[in-house]
Design a binder for this molecule. Structure first.
Ligand SMILES: [Zn+2]
Ligand SMILES: [Zn+2]
Length: 470
């Protein structure tokens, strides 16, 4: 504990005592108070606590931003995270599901709460012009030379988690239970969460009662967070359709079965799923992202291949869309006289990220008191996907909130001009790291202190009230 911390802890203790005495005066009995005000200790985040850890967290951010590693290759990043958490007193296990890091701090009886950060960066060449812009070149999994950039802000998530880990480790009198911090690799390829679970994350370590994560974007200016109860990210399904025709000379179409024409009809018919089959008001996306066929203009090819991205929120809508894709693809091949049924491969998928309504209801006022009411906005559902859904699918009630990343001035200018700021994954994505990092740490500490309080049973009962409402 450094001297700044000692002063901060004294200030926090004094603030808590003040709250305690006012509560005591009203209720008379300390015993009654501990029953009726179970969260008295848990809700405050002293800004001095955040400032005490901020310089190290920001230095880590700058370091990570300049040393991005691609999905599945986060060796140095995981090592930096593990080393820092170990030095803070966490019990750290590395190489869980590849480069995954699991850090645990047990602090008496109480709930088990997991906070997650991702570790990976993207094959994007940074063009932000920032003095700390990434200049990293590496090879991707297919051996191609690529640039690497933290274009999704995972560096901000890691440094925020480390700052939070430090505040929590230095203030063990403000919470009780088991805190699990995880560094998840390979989020961008939606494989990391699954691998960590398969490698025993939820069986070899205490199983979380609740899981928490944040994600930065330019949806909100830095300093704000965005919260949404219910669906936040979509079910994502990748579908590949191979159409089997009969190739030949382009000048003699009557001797062939043209898979390009069947494919073209299939693409158009697929668009009628969302416009004609899905109930208006329900969300679904069917995009044909590629259509590969042929090599030369005077050859009718044997095959055509369509690559689809399919998005939805509700499980029944997901099923309806996927069933319709199969039906249409088969029917168009039949109509075009294809030599056999198309091959329909469902090769990648992840579930929707669903924010537990009771958890959202409980945590919104906590965030409002930590950040100011004006800094807690309502987020919108997004058709993007996130493999954090794997933890939710394991029955862990979850809270996934948005961390504002946009520079406030540029955000206002863009809004006034009717423009949007660079999105995640853009080579120009440049979060306003300093205010965003402070907000990340403040919000995470506030959320964790609120959840790591009372008994695990109370927390489960609190959340069970809305179970089944989904
Ligand atoms: Zn991303
Ligand atoms: Zn991301």
């Amino acid at each position: 504990m450094n001297s700044t911390y000692a002063t901060d802890r004294l200030a926090l203790a004094a603030a808590q005592t003040a709250r305690l005495s006012s509560c005591t005066m009203k209720l008379g009995l300390v015993v009654v108070l501990t029953v009726l005000c179970p969260y008295t200790f848990a809700q405050s985040v002293n800004q001095k606590e955040v400032e005490a850890v901020y310089p190290d967290a920001y230095a880590l951010y700058l370091n990570l931003h300049q040393s991005p590693e691609l999905s599945g290759h986060e060796t140095q990043t995981a090592g930096k995270l593990a080393g820092r958490l170990r030095s803070l007193g966490y019990d750290v296990t590395e190489h869980v599901g590849g480069e995954g890091v699991v850090a645990i701090m047990k602090n008496g009886a109480g709930p088990t709460v997991m906070l997650r950060t991702e570790l990976d960066a993207l094959p994007v060449e940074e063009k932000t012009g920032l003095p700390y812009a990434s200049k990293v070149h590496t090879k991707d999994d297919s051996g191609r030379d690529v640039s690497a950039m933290h274009a999704c802000g995972h560096d901000l998530h890691i440094s925020s988690l480390v700052g939070t880990a430090s505040v929590m480790a230095h203030s063990k009198d403000t919470w009780h239970g088991t805190l699990i911090l995880i560094g998840q690799p390979a989020e961008e390829t939606i494989t990391g969460a699954k691998k960590m679970i398969e490698d025993g994350l939820l069986t070899g370590f205490p199983k979380p009662d609740v899981a928490v994560a944040l994600h930065t974007s330019n949806e909100f200016p830095a300093g704000k967070v965005g919260v949404l109860s219910g669906y936040r990210y979509a079910n994502a399904d990748s579908v590949r359709i191979t159409i089997f025709g009969k190739g030949g000379h382009a000048s003699a179409p009557h001797t062939t079965i043209d898979p390009v024409v069947i494919g073209a009809r299939t693409v158009l018919a697929l668009q009628s799923i969302t416009s004609r089959e899905i109930k208006p008001g329900e969300a679904a996306v069917v995009t044909v992202g590629y259509f590969h066929a042929g090599t030369k203009n005077n050859i009718i090819p044997d095959q055509a291949e369509l690559g689809l991205t399919v998005r939805s929120y509700k499980p029944e809508i997901r099923k309806q869309v996927l069933d319709a894709i199969t039906r249409i693809a088969k029917a168009e091949s039949l109509a075009g006289g294809a030599v056999r049924e198309p091959l329909i491969e469902h090769y990648e998928s992840t579930d929707a990220v669903y924010n537990d309504p009771a958890l959202s209801q409980r945590l919104v006022p906590i965030l409002e008191s930590a950040l100011g009411k004006q800094n807690v906005a309502t987020a919108e559902p997004i058709m993007g996907s996130e493999d954090f859904s794997y933890f939710i699918a394991q029955g862990i009630p979850s809270f996934f909130y948005g961390l504002g990343g946009a520079n406030a001035q540029r955000y206002d200018q863009a809004k006034a001009a009717g423009q949007s700021m660079p999105s995640n994954h853009s080579s120009l994505f440049a979060p306003d790291a300093q205010p965003a990092l402070r907000t990340g740490i403040t919000s995470e500490v506030a959320v964790l202190r609120n959840l790591l309080n009372g008994s695990a049973e109370d927390l489960r009962q609190n959340l069970a009230k809305t179970a089944g409402a989904r």
